[in-house]
Design a protein around this ligand. Structure first.
Ligand SMILES: [Zn+2]
Length: 225
């Protein structure tokens, strides 16, 4: 697995869900198609992310079914790229390379609390995965993700690693650290944590920094033949 920051001309690709705001930022459909072609994927499957812990299994055959309402996707189908969209939340990609099973999870504050990452690992194992590796993509870091003290304490009570402090000394959450702990708790110890902060990097979309004008970056994983 590798990290590529893909740009289209002078701007980062916007891989937001088609039809959702901000429609003004780039051409979402064209950006998504350029990614599909670059990957050599037959199709790219995303989800309607709702900050929960439901996981959808993506079948090999394309269908007219609506985009699943979920925060985790799993597939063992070759050529189907799974896509998780974020702009500060934590994108988590999962794979058992030998078994040919992959997954993608969207872990914001609510998803971390709801356990979407362990749920997605469990779904991979239900699909035949055994030796799962993980990749934690760019997200707002613990030095930047300021929250009210009560919110920090409430999450940290469940997952102590989530409790953090901003670089300016106020309460914050370190969701990347929380995800690492959740992965370790379910036996996933081979983890690549990119450590890139969306708020600090101008080439990455950040909802906190850019507000409603933010596009979405994506973590994408697929089984290749
Ligand atoms: Zn940061």
């Amino acid at each position: 697995m590798a990290f590529t920051s893909a740009r289209s001309g002078a701007r980062p690709l916007n891989l937001a869900l088609a039809g959702t705001p901000p429609a003004a930022v780039g051409d979402v459909a064209a950006d998504l198609e350029s990614v599909r072609r670059a990957l050599g994927a037959d199709r790219v499957e995303g989800m309607h992310q709702v900050h929960g812990a439901d996981v959808a299994r993506v079948p090999a055959e394309a269908s007219d079914a609506p985009v699943p309402q979920a925060d985790g996707l799993v597939t063992d189908a070759t050529g189907v790229a799974l896509l998780v969209r974020v702009a500060d939340c934590v994108p988590v990609l999962l794979a058992d390379v030998d078994a040919g099973v992959v997954g993608a999870a969207h872990a914001g504050r609510e998803g971390v609390r709801a356990g979407v990452v362990p749920a997605t690992v469990a779904a991979l194992r239900d699909a035949g995965a055994r030796d799962v590796r993980a990749w934690i993509g760019p997200h707002v870091c613990g030095r930047c993700y300021e929250v009210p003290v009560a919110m920090r304490d409430e999450v940290a009570e469940r997952i102590p690693a989530a409790g953090a402090t901003t670089s300016w000394g106020t309460p914050s959450l370190d969701l990347g650290a929380a995800v690492r702990v959740q992965l370790a708790d379910v036996g996933v110890t081979e983890v690549e944590h990119l450590g890139l902060c969306t708020m600090e990097r101008e080439d990455l979309w950040s909802h906190r920094r850019d507000g409603a004008a933010a596009g979405r970056l994506a973590g994408i994983v697929q089984v290749v033949a």
